[in-house]
Design a protein. Structure first.
Length: 380
């Protein structure tokens, strides 16, 4: 462990500590008393959920998938919306957030370079990294030139404090004044919303690196977790996200809870977003099979049943060979497609034919995944 990774060395980050204290203390003191004495009504709870959703998804769809990863393009009105409601989430400016998130992806788990490395523990990756000015959290915008050049991002960075304070007090006060209960609105829509929204976002840096499965890669600590997705506007599929960070989706299947991807799709539908990036299905299936082959291999290495071992090993070798052949088929198909496109001879029929053959290969990988998983289970 290096000097920087040793706690208590780095100087305390007083503005962050102060911010966490003034948001958390009223939630654990005044709010329960107010709730027990005066109660909150339906309107106030609706405001709490709506503001949490607006803040949460301005972070996930805006700060994260748009600005940190450029997984799609957003129109100016949508960017302004994310900029305002993202500032309201009090997680620093887009520039700071997205730049350090890019560092997180680049150096994931590295105790010296990943600003919220899970290898430094659950507490550190959740909140601890913000409480001190660690060397690993040093701001360096050289990885965010594109964001510095964006006038909306630059404006928010320059006026971050007035925007954040104005949104945090302005909106709950306005809602409370309209509803006739300023204190109730401020406590729920202001303080509780901030604390809940903070910790749910922080879960992605902490719990999503500790709790869940790793169906795509074991190269890093990131996990897929459907329960976490419920609290994080769909960001719980973090193992997938760390392998394919430029996909605008985190939960790629239709049944996976990812309201952020639905928001982005809806924005595209009404003309507010475009160029949504998706990892080709074949590559996703390829990663799944590769990981499953690796798992079966590990399980076979542990298998004590020598009678079963020989047969399983033979099956696994056949699967590995079949996998190689599928990849070779796909590569040939891609090559042909590129050549046809270059010669501008690709017509509609050919295009359909290519798509059909790719789908066949995807289906072949889907079937293979199930077979290899069975081998892994039998060897366990
Ligand atoms: Zn991560
Ligand atoms: Zn990310």
């Amino acid at each position: 462990m290096t000097a920087d990774a040793t706690p208590n060395r780095a100087p305390l980050n007083w503005p962050a500590i102060f911010m966490f204290l003034i948001t958390t203390i009223p939630v654990v003191t005044v709010l329960p008393w107010y709730w027990a004495t005066f109660g909150f009504d339906g309107f106030e709870w609706v405001c709490f959920f709506v503001l949490w959703a607006l803040n949460g998804m301005s972070i996930t769809a805006g700060y994260h998938r748009l600005w940190a990863h450029r997984s799609y393009e957003a129109s100016k009105p949508l960017q302004i919306f994310y900029m305002l409601f993202g500032a309201m989430a009090l997680q620093n400016s887009i520039l700071v957030w997205a730049s350090s998130h890019r560092v997180h992806h680049r150096h994931v788990d590295d105790v010296d370079h990943d600003p919220y490395s899970a290898k430094r523990g659950l507490w550190f990756s959740h909140l601890g990294w913000m409480l001190r000015n660690y060397e690993s959290g040093k701001q360096d915008f050289r990885n965010a030139k594109d964001l510095e050049a964006n006038p909306i991002v630059a404006f928010q960075h320059k006026y971050y404090v007035p925007i954040a304070v104005g949104m945090n007090f302005g909106i709950p006060l306005l809602l409370g004044w309209m509803h006739g209960d300023i204190w109730g609105s401020l406590l729920l829509g202001g303080f509780l919303r901030l604390v809940v929204s903070h910790h749910c976002t922080f879960f992605i840096n902490s719990l999503a690196h500790f709790w869940g499965s790793r169906p795509y890669t074991t190269e890093n600590t990131a996990r897929d977790n459907g329960i976490l997705a419920l609290f994080t506007w769909g960001e719980g599929y973090h193992n997938y996200h760390h392998l394919f960070q430029w996909d605008y989706r985190n939960g790629i299947r239709w049944y996976q809870w990812d309201p952020t991807k639905w928001l982005i799709s809806a924005a595209k539908f009404v003309g507010l977003a475009r160029s949504l990036k998706r990892v080709p299905e074949f590559q996703i299936r390829q990663a799944l099979v590769e990981r499953q082959l690796q798992k079966a291999e590990e399980n076979l290495g542990q298998c004590q049943d020598h009678g079963r071992l020989a047969a399983l090993r033979q099956s696994l070798e056949a699967e590995a060979q079949h996998f190689k052949e599928t990849l070779a088929h796909w590569a040939t198909l891609q090559q042909k497609k590129v050549e046809a496109a270059k010669k501008a001879v690709i017509d509609h029929i050919e295009h359909t034919e290519f798509a059909h053959r790719v789908r066949e290969l995807e289906e072949s990988l889907r079937q293979q995944y199930l077979r290899v998983r069975l081998i892994a289970v039998q060897a366990a």
